[in-house]
Design a protein. Sequence first.
Length: 331
Amino acid sequence: MIRRIDFKAGGAVRAALAEIGRTEDLRFSPNNRLLAIAGYARKRCLILRIDVETGPDGPGVTLHNFMELTSASMGEIHGLDFIDDRTLAIANRDGLVALFALPREEPASQCREITAIRRVKGGRYCKLNSPGSIAVRLESHGRVSLLVCNNYTHLVTRHVVNRWLGYRVTSNQLLLKRGLDIPDGIALSHDGQWIAVSSHGTKDVKLYRMSASLGPDSEPTGILQNAGYPHGVRFTADDQHILVADAGSQMVHVYAGDGGWKEHREPARSVAVLDEAAFLRGRASPEEGGPKGLDIDRSNSVVAVTCEEQPLAFFALASLTGPSMIELGET
């Protein structure tokens, strides 16, 4: 049985979590002080002020306050990622990608309407369509790559914006296509060598090696098999494990690397991260009910997961990457 971290939070924060509705992705800020949650159904983004502490009994989590953000450029928010501690990229399944500067004040139990500093729609031959999960990659000379899963056209596109030019879009390209069927989650390895993409329709995660020749005809170098209906995906800080949230079960699947991610791999471990009652409440179809968003905090000690029936839960990373093969149980 995996133990959930009993996070500390006041009544206002817990009420905001209870009211967020259907969630999708979530993401820690680079300085580990904020946690952003995509409020898909209510078309808003919940920003939590968070502290992750280490102690003799394992990591602890405190949620100090929240800020609920809305915008005319926020729709069915599916994916999000931080460009820096105050700049957030949001992918709207029913629209485009929008970039936002977060309010300067600390979250203080308030709702704010904000305006996008830039909207990204793609180019003439590389238009965004049903953007889902998104990953940010910082490049040289102020450039930022936005890697976007286009859910229903089965593509990953790359859109380069330049911070020095007010986040103006400087290029758009089709990046990945081969092997993908509803790409539903994306992550970059910390060493910059790998892109992992959840492929919902093929029930696996495709791994592509980063290179100058990477393109839509590139075959995946590795495949994580038996991932159920994979959604959120993350590399651990040492890139030796990949965690995959299975939206069709109670599980997070853990895959172990061997210095690289070539060939086919089965889960080294599968761990239940929500109880059966919550899972069954959300099981409108075989593809639903389980965890959606998944992220690892920047200290590499805490895993956060979210879904509609369990808006937020935390677990010690060490409890997921332990030695046993299958661990089922009540949380």
